[in-house]
Ligand binder design. Structure first.
Ligand SMILES: Cc1cc2nc3c(=O)[nH]c(=O)nc-3n(C[C@H](O)[C@H](O)[C@H](O)COP(=O)(O)O)c2cc1C
Length: 407
């Protein structure tokens, strides 16, 4: 270093070091999801990048999710033949090439033009399910026309039960085999950063927002060519509401605080396929959901975007698992960023995981190819993790793959 300083001068060395530290990785140098995040940050306007990143209120639960996963230790086992390792399994009887599904994310089409379509295509090519949000930009019908294999649909039950029923019927007509019913959005948790950035319906057009978009011409051009600019599934409601401001009011009023197990029973009667109940953290709620007909429980705190101060999903999972037993499949999300995180969740007893931000970063970075990259990274990490913990099949991950958690 001293020699380099003498030859090039310390200022030049410092400049190169800073450039390296802040530079955005190229495709061939992408080593993990964090790298995809860095690329997405450079390509997606700040308002939308921060919308993906954010947790609610003080972001305590957002951080707790990552901290709890980080605190779990994997048990290294090396005296085992691991020459064959299998990631393929099923989630609610649907074959998957790896125990992962792409989580529903509202406004995915604002992270990348036609984002839902690209994410669905990447998931289809990889062999994992894509779950479309009620609050997507591309509609159920747009995504159905873009893929061969049916995707999953996430439902927010609206107060207007007639409209909810029509969403269920549209998902059925699109041959969605699985309905993911989100139970943890009776009211919307506030994300401070979205308020500051003016992200709402309609978005607040500030000078900062306009500059932000102007500095991301690739994103802006894509958007100009995109199929949709609003909530594709809510078009009928929009038509009735007249303008975006009225739509905003309609959406706010439609989240239903009366939503309980009776409504779940109502959905169960309408939906012939599998139902995954999403947003459960408590064993009593899990019991109620199973009794009302859930085929699977997704232990989730919405990625730390709803009740701030709620436990991490790693903390909440064991009690739910013990309450549900074999009566329903158990899934986990919130904080999964790698195949090693995934392996830890499988060790807790999850059948599989949903991933949200991990694929949204890939989408913001490189669209469909970026989502595929995110899935490949997770699969490679899972494979290495399995090899070094003596696990040969994701369907048989022993509890004691986690240190101190035998039996
Ligand atoms: C940008 C964004 C939008 C989301 N929108 C929805 C949604 O419309 N419906 C839903 O059920 N969950 C939604 N979620 C929660 C995800 O489905 C999932 O539970 C969460 O992202 C998991 O945490 P992770 O991002 O750390 O993987 C959203 C999450 C993010 C990050």
């Amino acid at each position: 270093m001293k020699f380099a300083n003498r030859v090039f001068g310390s200022k030049a060395i410092e400049a190169v070091a800073t450039a390296r530290a802040t530079s955005v990785p190229q495709w061939d140098a992408i080593a993990n999801i964090e790298d995809l995040r860095a690329v997405a940050r450079s390509r997606v306007p700040r308002t939308f990048f921060e919308y993906v990143e954010a947790g609610s209120y003080d972001e305590l639960t957002l951080r707790a999710n990552r901290a709890a996963l980080g605190a779990l230790e994997l048990r290294q086992r090396v005296m085992v033949d691991v020459s064959s390792r299998v990631q393929a399994t099923t989630i609610v009887d649907q074959p998957v090439s790896m125990p992962v599904a792409l989580a529903p994310a509202g406004l995915t089409g604002a992270v990348h033009a036609n984002g839902e379509i690209y994410a669905a295509r990447a998931a289809e090519a990889f062999g994992v399910p894509f779950c479309l949000s009620t609050m997507s930009v591309c509609s159920i019908e747009d995504v159905a026309a873009a893929v061969v294999k049916p995707f999953w649909f996430q439902l927010y039950l609206m107060k207007d039960r007639g409209f909810s029923r029509s969403l269920i019927e549209r998902a059925h007509a699109a041959r969605c085999p699985v309905l993911v019913l989100t139970m943890d959005l009776h009211v919307e948790g506030r994300r401070t950063v979205d308020v500051h950035n003016g992200l709402g319906i309609p978005p607040r057009l500030t000078l900062a927002n306009i500059l932000d978009i102007a500095m991301h011409p690739r994103w802006a051009l894509g958007m100009l060519r995109s199929k949709e600019f609003t909530f594709g599934n809510l078009k009928d409601a929009i038509r009735n509401s007249g303008n975006l401001g009225a739509l905003s009011e309609w959406v706010k009023q439609q989240f239903d605080p009366s939503f309980d197990r009776h409504d779940l029973e109502w959905v169960r009667q309408l939906w012939p396929g599998k139902i995954i109940v999403k947003g459960i953290l408590d064993p009593q709620d899990a019991e109620l959901a199973v009794a009302a007909g859930a085929d699977a429980i997704l232990v989730s705190n919405h990625g730390g975007r709803q009740l701030d101060g709620a436990p991490s999903t790693v903390e909440a999972f064991p009690a739910v698992r013990d309450a549900v037993g074999e009566r329903a499949e158990l899934l986990l999300d919130s904080g999964i960023r790698s195949g090693l995180d995934l392996l830890k969740a499988l060790g807790l007893g999850a059948r599989g995981c949903f991933i949200g931000r991990a694929y949204l970063y890939g989408l913001g970075a490189w669209g469909e190819a970026g989502v595929h990259k995110a899935l490949s990274l997770i699969s490679e990490e899972l494979d290495a993790g399995m090899a070094l913990t003596g696990v040969t099949d994701v369907k048989m991950v022993p509890r004691d793959v986690l240190m101190g958690r035998a039996g």
